[in-house]
Design a protein. Sequence first.
Length: 152
Amino acid sequence: MRAVIQRVTRASVTVDGHQVSAIGPGLLVLLGIAKGDTEAEAQWLAHKIANLRIFPDEDGRMNRSVKEMSGQVLIVSQFTLCANTRKGFRPSFVSAAPPDIANGLVESVIGYIAAEGVPVQSGVFGAHMEVALINDGPVTIVLDKTPPPEGD
């Protein structure tokens, strides 16, 4: 599981010429689900996204989470984050999870973020989407799936 997290002033997703979701200040999360990813990793990642302190406090330091600043999250499923580009010039996507598993884990991440009290919207799984955003900062963070060992 890989998430590319961008702090945004606004972001939206359009499918077939119709806007399907839009957020104001918050986080745009591009989310790739790989083979072998689990529900536990989805829960860990959602908790990390909701509590990642990348918004400025009153002193301008990155010290507040999207939850603390009453922001929103927009999740966009993106299997291309699982691309293997080590050989040749055509990416291989064999490490991406099958659509039924990937869709279930994307929905789990959405549900876990909502359970944290953060308003969350999403793109349309499997659709050709146009994603628009105004990156704030810019601030972009990449999170990979591996949760820390128990007790960390």
